[in-house]
Ligand binder design. Structure first.
Ligand SMILES: Cc1cc2nc3c(=O)[nH]c(=O)nc-3n(C[C@H](O)[C@H](O)[C@H](O)COP(=O)(O)O)c2cc1C
Length: 177
């Protein structure tokens, strides 16, 4: 069976750690997670099922040099997605944020990745309920649900493993490659 590809952006390493947790839970089904600043669009295109992770930086933005990240990240990668045909792909997105400090832009970057990959024709799975968080606004909430898995390693770190496990169980039927 073809493996699942896991790609993440990060500034301070939290999203990398969650990507590794997801990979560990998926075991043989997934390849080792790769930082998006080390790959090309062709590396992603090699998979039919992708799990993409991102923190939100700046003012509800993707991580990258222009948004204060220490290294290049999703922001620099995004132009490579333009014109890609991902109509054969299924994508699940997880995003890290800080609901206490950024209650008006909580995990907004999930929506940015969501819109980019659906623009390439991909099917996105793994919406989650927006209950259990405290924030005012998020671009990533549509009809009361997050467009992916929202995680807060700063204020709700103790919930992350349970949230990841529930999410993986939920999207499991879509992960077969
Ligand atoms: C400069 C800066 C801006 C941020 N902006 C947001 C934001 O708009 N929305 C949000 O939910 N979190 C925001 N955060 C919180 C980060 O997403 C959070 O710290 C995350 O865990 C970082 O993940 P990383 O360690 O993978 O970089 C911001 C953090 C920093 C340092």
């Amino acid at each position: 069976m073809a493996k699942i590809g896991i790609f993440f952006g990060t500034d301070t390493g939290r999203t990398r750690r969650v990507a590794k947790l997801i990979a560990q839970r998926l075991g043989e089904a997934a390849d080792a997670p790769l930082n998006i600043n080390r790959v090309t669009a062709a590396d992603l295109a090699a998979y039919r099922v992708l799990i993409l992770g991102t923190p939100t930086l700046g003012d509800g933005e993707l991580p990258g040099l222009d948004n204060g990240a220490q290294t290049a990240s999703w922001l620099e990668f995004m132009p490579q997605l333009e014109g890609q045909d991902w109509s054969d792909k299924t994508v699940a997105i997880f995003g890290l944020g800080d609901q206490d400090k950024y209650p008006n832009e909580f995990v907004d970057a999930i929506a940015i990745l969501h819109d980019a990959v659906t623009g390439c024709g991909a099917k996105v799975v793994g919406e989650t309920a927006a209950e259990g968080y405290r924030f005012n606004r998020s671009q990533s909430v549509v009809d009361g649900r997050f467009l992916g898995l929202a995680l807060d390693q700063i204020n709700q770190a103790a919930l992350t493993e349970v949230r990841v496990d529930a999410w993986l169980a939920d999207i499991q039927p879509h992960l077969g490659a």
